[in-house]
Write a protein that binds this ligand. Structure first.
Ligand code: SAM
Length: 276
């Protein structure tokens, strides 16, 4: 079940299975999108019954993504590699980045064919944004895919986004996986990462959520500790305020500790220092 068929990078012709709940489409449903099927909505509703805080988690996560992308663009980074980008919805990375810099380039990568197909439709005339269907657990294939290698110049800074993805990947070595992308990047590049953690969620809620995940195309959900998530930033210098609950990462308005805990995830932005 955990093995996937090989994915053709840069192809959007993958099989669409409407009957197996899919996290990209469930996430779209939580964000108010319409790119989801009955099986996705049923699983999403089951998830909300076992863990009502999931809806807030989704919005807090998406808002963190927006703030972090804006900050990277304002810091002068004009290339983005979005790993596990999801179905294009509100507040897409290219929209946020291009508000700051109209010439910003964004390479979206997702394994879900509908996510990639929708992105292709949305981006039909867009020369600076690509969508590639690939498995982010295979960094060599992702980096070699034309949608990535022909759009992004890794001799210049790139922001790698791993937002709400490493916790659902069935991979033995998430730290090594992040490092493989880091090693392709030059000094001044960024890592934007968020990852599920147990902050304001009970053991029963975590187990209930995991049971729902088992019925989806990404059957594992792994929460990790602050220390385990921090390890993923190996080689990066964390920007202030460091690795904190996602809602507390440079919020537009001050947030209470209670609200921050409802992030049930830690998030940070790290920068690769100049080598000297
Ligand atoms: N990063 C977006 C965000 O934070 O708003 C979307 C997060 S969504 C929870 C996770 C996404 O990862 C889904 O779109 C899913 O299809 C994608 N995904 C899951 N496993 C993947 C894999 N092995 N390779 C590429 N994408 C994957």
């Amino acid at each position: 079940e955990h093995d996937r068929e090989p994915v053709e990078p840069d192809s959007d012709s993958g099989e669409i299975d409407e009957n197996t709940p899919n996290i990209a489409r469930m996430y779209d449903y939580f964000l108010g999108g319409s790119t989801n099927f009955a099986a996705d909505r049923q699983a999403a509703d089951r998830l909300l019954r076992v863990f009502p805080g999931n809806l807030e988690w989704t919005h807090i996560n998406r808002a963190f993504l927006g703030r972090a992308v804006r900050l990277c663009a304002e810091a002068g980074i004009d290339q983005f590699l979005d790993l596990g980008s999801g179905i294009p919805t509100k507040g897409n990375v290219h929209e946020i980045a291009q508000q700051v810099n109209p010439r910003a380039r964004v390479a979206y990568v997702d394994i879900e064919p509908i996510a990639v197909r929708h992105a292709h439709q949305l981006l039909a005339d867009h020369r600076l944004v690509t969508a590639t269907r690939a498995d982010v657990r295979d960094p060599a294939a992702v980096l070699a895919a034309p949608g990535v290698s022909e759009l992004l110049d890794f001799r210049r800074p790139v922001a790698v986004l791993a937002v709400a993805i490493l916790d659902i990947l069935d991979t033995p070595d998430p730290v090594g996986l992040v490092a493989a992308y880091r090693d392709a990047c030059s000094p001044g590049s960024a890592l934007v990462l968020s990852h599920s953690a147990v902050l304001d969620i009970t053991t029963e809620e975590v187990e209930g959520a995991q049971e729902v995940f088992e019925t989806t195309t990404t059957p594992t959900l792994t929460t990790r500790s602050h220390a385990e998530i921090l390890e993923m930033f190996d080689g990066y210098e964390l920007l202030e305020p460091g690795l904190v609950p996602s809602a507390a990462w440079r919020p537009e308005e001050p947030v209470s500790e209670d609200y921050a805990a409802r992030s049930n995830a830690y998030a940070a932005v790290g920068m690769l220092p100049a080598d000297d």
